[in-house]
Design a protein around this ligand. Structure first.
Ligand code: FES
Length: 66
């Protein structure tokens, strides 16, 4: 196995790819990512990971715009 990392949010079964899609669609906060998947934060363990992914994406876009 060892592919559990594909899930960013275990409570809602939101995968990394789905978080990325939500960010591409304009999610700016973990709350937006949950809303995009019709989910709610439960244990909130994934919120830091989501924030990091949003941050990484914002940096990638900023670099691309330079
Ligand atoms: S892992 Fe996302 S709310 Fe628990």
């Amino acid at each position: 196995m060892g592919r559990a990392a594909l899930y960013v949010c275990n409570c809602n079964g939101i995968r990394e790819r789905q978080v990325r899609q939500a960010i591409e669609a304009g999610a700016k906060r973990p709350r937006d990512v949950f809303a995009a998947h019709d989910a709610r934060p439960q244990c909130a363990k994934c919120v830091c990971d989501m924030r990091r992914m949003i941050q990484d994406q914002a940096e990638a876009l900023a670099l691309a715009a330079e």
